[in-house]
Write a protein that binds this ligand. Structure first.
Ligand code: ACM
Ligand code: ZN
Length: 536
């Protein structure tokens, strides 16, 4: 059934059923498209079996995930069986339904006394059905201890995400977080039915990905000698800060994400924000250095030399290794905050401007991104960059991530380019989420839970055709002032829960009060999984 038909049925249901009951009994975030509560409920016990159909490995991954979650919450080791015959009783069935008009991420969930049936056309939908199933299980805190019910209330749910790009970003460069933490962050993305992890891997203050051809990138570029002290620009802590992900780590994380139906978009910054790389290989900067891995925060004049062909060879070698590691269709190349000061003074850059007939340094930046895009397209990848890549002319097939408000996104969509919305007012989770005097020190700004919840990713300036270019939205987490996992979790939770409804739930179904009420249960799940969230 098409989403519009479901919305119609939903409206009828709204006028014909006792919806208050639905809202108060069912606490699922992001809120599903339609929920009908019935009076037949399922009881989970040690004999409950998870069944998936023969011959479908993706569904087995989902079955294993569910088994593991139930083991953690209920200490029950559910059996998994593979069968084409639908067993009759006490089963959780993962059914592949190729006859209905299910999109890849859609699912339906029907729970009765006999079974819980999750139907979808692909394992992605089954995985989201499992996320819903887990949240249907009531959770309470009794005498300081988290307890899970064994009852899955009787429901008929049909669900379908609004956007294809439902993302979270993480900067592991300003402050490094290790492999285990990255997995814990990916678990959060999965729990919220999001599907994209934008992994910011290179910066002025640290290079965090092993590149075999250029070992100095991590030998030198992954460590800064010390870090400026919070709030105080000329005082330093005297403590080296470093860390990086080996290619083996990355393969493990990519697999971990893929098992949760999450695509990783790696970001390799260029031409700016690259001092750590230049500290290791100064020959690719305009002056030749020396440079050092940056110890303070901000935007720095030393960037890659756009006049030197060897710079492009260096970056293409790096990207070739990155492409091998990340199977997703997109590579993010940054492109933001690239000062033009050195390019103005550099004979090689000026020669390039003349030879290529470029108007100015903005067009030189555009030349840079075009050239890299050609390489990516030749390697079957798509380029995405921050909205500065519009300046001086957008590369022919590039997608744009709109962060300096929405204008960049609007302009790119009107030009027929795909866009991911991440405007700083609503989607920067490094901002304060309350009064600064009551919050840990932050970079500034103010983005509270309701602001995130009420964000609408489709700008009103776009017509229906242009709006199709809005792939979705994501929140960004820059870590200049976030140096511990606990603080990081505090910054994303529960704002990420609000964002999950922005990107998943149809606006007709969203409701801030329902969301806040459901959040009371979701935070208990955070607590059970040892996440530090900002108290409600
Ligand atoms: C950015 O926040 N500089 C993309
Ligand atoms: Zn130069």
């Amino acid at each position: 059934m098409k989403k519009t038909q479901y919305l119609f049925i939903l409206l009828i249901a709204f006028y014909s059923c006792n919806c208050e009951k639905t809202n108060t009994e069912i606490s699922v975030i992001p809120k599903p498209l339609s929920i009908e509560v019935t009076n037949s409920s399922f009881k989970l016990n040690k004999n409950t079996t998870i069944v998936f159909q023969n011959g479908n490995e993706g569904f087995e991954t989902v079955a294993l995930y569910l088994q593991d979650e139930i083991k953690k919450s209920h200490k029950l080791e559910l059996k998994i069986t593979r069968s084409d015959n639908q067993p009759s009783k006490n089963t959780i069935l993962l059914l592949q339904d190729l006859k209905s008009e299910f999109g890849k991420e859609d699912y339906s969930l029907v729970s009765t006394k006999k079974s819980v049936n999750i139907s979808s056309s692909a394992p992605n939908g089954a995985f989201y059905g499992v996320q819903t199933l887990l949240q249907l299980i009531d959770i309470n805190k009794v005498d300081g201890k988290i307890e899970f019910s064994h009852i899955i209330p009787g429901v008929r749910i049909h669900d379908s995400p609004r956007f294809n790009w439902r993302g979270m970003h993480l900067d592991v460069c300003r402050h490094y977080n290790d492999k285990e933490f990255v997995k814990k962050y990916i678990d959060l993305i999965a729990m919220h039915k999001m599907n994209t992890f934008h992994w910011h891997l290179t910066e002025d203050q640290g290079w965090r990905i092993e590149i075999k051809k250029y070992p100095k990138l991590t030998e030198i570029g992954s460590v800064r000698s010390e870090t400026m002290i919070e709030k105080n620009w000329d005082e330093f802590d005297g403590v080296p800060h470093g860390g990086f992900f080996t290619q083996e780590d990355i393969k493990e994380i990519v697999q971990y994400a893929s098992d949760r139906f999450i695509t990783i978009v790696p970001e390799i910054e260029m031409p700016g924000h690259s001092l750590a790389a230049l500290a290791a290989y100064p020959e690719y900067g305009c002056t030749g250095g020396p440079y050092e891995v940056e110890k303070t925060w901000g935007v720095f004049d030393d960037v890659y030399c756009a006049g030197n062909n060897n710079t492009f060879e260096f970056l293409e070698d790096i990207l070739a290794e990155v492409i091998e590691l990340f199977p997703g269709e997109y590579i993010h190349v940054g492109g933001d905050e690239c000062p033009k000061e050195e390019w103005k003074k550099c004979p090689k850059c000026q020669k390039r401007i003349k030879e290529e007939g470029l108007k100015d340094e903005f067009e030189l930046q555009s030349y840079f991104i075009h050239r890299i895009e050609k390489f990516l397209i030749a390697n079957n990848k798509k380029l995405i960059g921050w909205d500065e890549i519009l300046e001086g002319g957008l590369a022919p097939e590039a997608s744009v991530m709109s962060w300096r408000g929405t204008e960049g996104g609007i302009k790119a969509a009107k030009m027929g380019h795909d866009v991911v919305m991440s405007p700083n007012n609503e989607c920067y989770f490094d901002h304060y989420q309350g009064e600064p005097e009551n919050e840990p020190f932050a970079i500034g700004g103010h983005t509270d839970l309701s602001e995130v919840y009420n964000y609408e990713p489709i700008p009103s300036e776009l017509n229906a055709e242009e709006a199709k270019h809005i792939l979705g939205a994501q929140a960004n987490l820059w870590t200049e002032y976030i140096s511990s996992p606990e603080h990081l979790e505090y910054m994303v939770l529960p704002r990420m829960s609000a964002l999950s409804e922005v990107v998943w739930t149809e606006p007709q179904v969203k409701n801030l009060d329902d969301f806040k009420s459901s959040l009371q249960k979701l935070v208990l799940r955070f607590e059970f999984k040892n996440y530090n969230y900002r108290p409600l």
